[in-house]
Design a protein around this ligand. Structure first.
Ligand code: BGC
Length: 390
């Protein structure tokens, strides 16, 4: 028998993007530099969203969404150290205005992985002055745009950033050095904490957080490696950063994608990128956040699925576990699917297709996928309908 699960009134439904992945035309950050050196694919025009954001927000609105997460490109705002570009602020003011006109609550990320070339040259977040530079940049943006958005995230996925760039060495600056990894994580913590203080000092009503990727690690009791990963996964990967910024976040942004388990087999499908699809794990990572006693927004959850065969089910299954987490006392207030459109997927280039909207990168055409309409039904009714007993 079909059962309807309602989400709390005022729940935010949206999708997320990030500047370098969709805007196009950004040449002065570390990723563009690495692309010129042949180390990563080039983003080039990406989705040309810099010029087409109004059309994209029309699509988001037509799909029943009432919120939208995007990021600001630091390299556009501060192309050279200490010199700030008012025209770039003006551009993002236009972006925020376009969201508001369409009834989409903006969630603004101040930094989503890419560094201005000048900052990368002086060591990026390895530099001990990094928190000063970062907080100064945040302050400038919030001074210009703080009246146009209530929800701000300083940093996207600090642990992913540090591990890809300083542990696995596959993203700029392509380092494999555990000491640098640790230094970068600690500098990111300080950067957030100082930026938080500055922003709150200017506008105390703004809601400030980070977007943090928590992978769910699980293991059978007798699998030694699994137990170690689970232990360090919990204390270091999942909670170290949150603990260190505990008193300096007004909400928690959770990015959840996948689960890693050791020593037992569970039925699970995979995305086009080979990551596991196991929806109950989102309930697990959400309930672990209860101890922080903050509102939680799921700032990313999504799947690379070029044929769109799995996306609708993926969203619905994850949402039913989100609903269960709310029922179990986690104060979840919003959900942002990653991503509104197919986009530049970092070292993987344009191949993975995460979008509710399919991109034709030759024509820049946008084509709404069937799963987007399924998600739209959820957004419009603020509920999911289950076909079987849960
Ligand atoms: C990142 C996005 C990325 C997505 C899909 C997240 O880790 O924030 O930038 O595109 O995952 O891999």
């Amino acid at each position: 028998m079909a059962e309807e699960l309602k989400f709390p009134d005022g729940f935010l439904w949206g999708s997320a993007t990030a500047s370098y992945q969709v805007e196009g035309g950004i040449e002065n950050n570390d990723w563009a530099q690495a692309a010129r050196e042949g180390k990563v694919p080039a983003a080039g025009r990406a989705c040309d969203q810099y010029n087409r954001y109004r059309d994209d927000f029309d699509i988001a609105k037509s799909l029943g969404q009432n919120a939208h997460r995007f990021s600001i490109e630091w390299a556009r705002i501060e192309p050279e150290e200490g010199s700030f570009d008012e025209a770039a602020i003006e551009h993002y003011r236009g972006v925020l205005g376009a969201l508001r006109e369409r009834g989409l609550e903006p969630f603004v990320t101040l930094w989503h992985f890419t560094l201005p070339v000048w900052f990368a040259r002086i060591g990026g977040f390895e530099n001990k002055k990094a928190p000063f530079y970062f907080a100064r940049y945040c302050e400038y943006v919030v001074k210009g745009l703080g009246d146009s958005a209530r929800f701000w995230m300083t940093i996207n996925e600090p642990m992913i950033y540090a591990s890809q760039g300083y542990f696995r060495g596959i993203w700029p600056p392509f380092s494999r050095n555990i000491l640098k990894f640790k230094r970068v994580v600690d500098n990111l913590i300080t950067s957030h904490n100082i930026a938080y203080k500055k922003i709150k000092g200017m506008k105390s009503d703004l809601q400030i957080g980070i977007a943090k990727n928590n992978i769910d690690f699980d293991s059978t009791r007798f699998n030694l490696v699994g137990q170690l990963v689970k232990f360090f996964g919990y204390f270091i990967w999942k909670h170290y950063f949150f603990k260190k910024i505990r008193s300096r976040q007004d909400f928690i942004g959770l990015n959840y994608y996948f689960h890693k388990h050791f020593g037992y087999k569970i039925y699970e499908e995979k995305s086009d990128m080979g990551s596991t699809i196991y929806s109950p794990a989102i309930h697990h990572v959400l309930t672990e956040l209860k101890k922080y006693r903050k509102p939680v927004y799921i700032t990313e959850n999504g799947i690379a699925d070029a044929t769109d065969a799995k996306r609708a089910e993926f969203i619905k299954e994850h949402l039913r576990w989100v609903h269960r987490a709310i029922h179990d006392g986690v104060d979840v207030r919003g959900y942002f699917y990653w991503s509104l459109l197919d986009n530049f997927e970092w070292d993987k280039g344009f191949k993975p297709r995460f979008g509710l909207v399919e991109m034709n990168y030759e024509t820049m055409g946008r084509n709404i996928r069937p799963s987007a309409y399924e998600y739209a039904r959820i957004c419009k009714t603020n509920s999911i309908i289950l076909d079987s007993n849960f």
